[in-house]
Design a protein around this ligand. Sequence first.
Ligand code: AMP
Length: 145
Amino acid sequence: MSLDGQYDEQNIFAKILRGEMPCAKVYEDGGTLAFMDAFPQSRGHVLVIPRNPSRNLLEVAPKDIGRLFGTVQRVATAVRSALKPDGIVVTQFNGAPAGQTVFHSHVHIIPRYDGEALAGHAAGEMADTDELKTLAEQIRNALEA
Ligand code: AMP
């Protein structure tokens, strides 16, 4: 999957957006959804996606960019309040050669803790569902505070 090609309506994030697949939801509004990464690179790894279909950042409509990164900033701020990390990595990958594995645009919010190594990108172990729900709730509570 390079940068070119058709958007696949059956990709996993499209299914999550349609409610066909579960997720540990952190935040949603009319344009974006944030949920816990199921194979987290660190404790509190969150993904933010735009609702409108696009394969990568280059395809996100300019009108959706501000809202997407508004949610990224909002959720990252809540992650900081809830989990007290020492740093936060915000990243995203475009095209398989760049490391992209799910072809609906998304932004990673990855908390970093001093002295703790990151798990590999899209290579970590699947997290315990209850643990993800608890983290999502902690972050949600910080959003509402
Ligand atoms: P990327 O490799 O940048 O395309 O990121 C895709 C991310 O989606 C990876 O970090 C995966 O761990 C994550 N992921 C894959 N399947 C799911 C899922 N069902 N729910 C939540 N996160 C997922």
